[in-house]
Design a protein around this ligand. Structure first.
Ligand code: SF4
Length: 359
């Protein structure tokens, strides 16, 4: 693979990002290609951008897996996939009060957003009804918590129903570049994924979409994925580092080093200066002792456990934030900078209303 044409001044790239001037493919790739001994430069430059838009705040998100395993899709990275032999919990839909109780513990530990996730290709209309009841149950007890739903591919009208039920955000990751997508999944397409993120956005849900690094992609392909994500203008971008579960096709795929993870996060921050960059699955496994440095780039993490794997103790996550000199973002604080949160407007025209569509 050819390397990019020049050695970057990462601080110039940071200035560009601070000015919300989009970085090019070559520029982002050059950050990934920095040698190990320049990784801290990338962290320092990305940190400047992170400080500018997110100060010293770290947002805690808390995952609740509403339905675990037994998925008919074949995403090769996923422990819940068709034919997975991974030793994970499998269960069908949790009841609303079970979810409320799980959410309660995350919120008590400092989580500002609860992410309600279900395995599967996408929800039936009945499933959307279940999730609506679940959101109502969580909200009854925690009226101010942010709720993000992650239920797979959406059909027409489902995003609007989730919005009406009180969901604030919808997560659907692109995971990898469009060019590579068929290498990691054959049961749905990259275009399907893009379509769901767009549906969620059009329904007024805050779009959350990110990637999984460490699945055999090269630097250029990783930047392709970042730019494809950028074209969807997500408000939050989770960066997962592959957890190569035994019993899945990517078992034994260990490509990442802690320094590479930092460069991936730095490139993501420079690509998304004013969006929430969240370190997601694989944080402890791949960043290891460099987790505190990663907080200088990202402004959000998951508290506690992931969907099918255990994270470090929740208190260790909170200690990590304080020890690195950051503070846990409070329920009353806006995550996104004002210029950006003002862009998110719930749709009140077109489908489902008496007003004409915006076309
Ligand atoms: S659709 Fe979701 S739950 Fe199913 S295999 Fe893919 S990532 Fe896993």
């Amino acid at each position: 693979m050819a390397t990019s044409a020049y050695t970057p001044d990462v601080f110039e790239l940071a200035t560009k990002a601070e000015n919300l001037d989009p970085l090019t493919h070559d520029e982002l790739r050059s950050v990934l290609e920095l040698p190990e001994d320049r990784t801290l430069e990338a962290v320092t430059a990305a940190h400047r951008v992170r400080r500018r838009y997110f100060g010293d705040r770290v947002k805690l998100n808390y995952l609740v897996n509403l339905k675990s395993g037994l998925c008919p899709e074949d995403c090769s990275y996923c422990s819940q996939r068709l034919g997975s032999q991974a030793d994970i919990l499998t269960y069908t839909w949790l009841k609303p009060d079970e979810v409320r109780s799980a959410a309660r513990s995350g919120i008590a530990a400092g989580a500002k957003r609860v992410c309600l996730v279900a395995s599967g290709r996408g929800p039936t209309d009945r499933d959307v009804g279940r999730v609506a009841d679940t959101i109502a149950a969580v909200r009854e007890e925690q009226p101010n918590v942010e709720v993000c739903a992650c239920l797979g591919l959406l059909s027409d009208g489902q995003a609007e129903r989730l919005r009406e039920a009180g969901a604030d955000a919808y997560n659907h990751n692109l995971n990898t570049s469009g060019e590579r997508y068929s290498e990691i999944c054959t049961t749905h397409t990259f275009t399907d994924r893009v379509g769901t993120v767009q549906q969620a956005t059009q329904a007024g849900l805050s779009p959350c979409s990110g990637l999984i690094a460490g699945m055999g992609e090269n630097d250029s392909e990783l930047v392709d994925a970042l730019l494809e994500l950028r074209s969807l203008n997500p408000d939050s971008v989770p960066v997962n580092f592959l957890i190569p579960f035994d019993g899945t096709p990517l078992a034994g795929t260990w490509e990442l080093t802690p320094n590479r993870c930092l460069r991936i996060l730095a490139a993501t921050r420079l690509a998304f200066p004013d969006a929430e960059v969240r370190i997601a699955g694989g944080r402890e496994l791949h960043l290891r002792g460099l987790q505190p440095l990663a907080l200088h780039v990202a402004n959000a993490i998951f508290l506690g456990d992931y969907l099918t794997s255990e994270g470090q103790p929740g208190q260790a996550d909170v200690d990590l934030i304080h020890d690195a000199g950051f503070v846990v973002e409070g329920a009353g604080q806006d995550t996104l900078p004002t210029h950006r949160s003002a862009e998110v407007r719930a749709r009140r025209r077109g489908a489902g209303t008496d007003l004409p569509p915006n076309a």
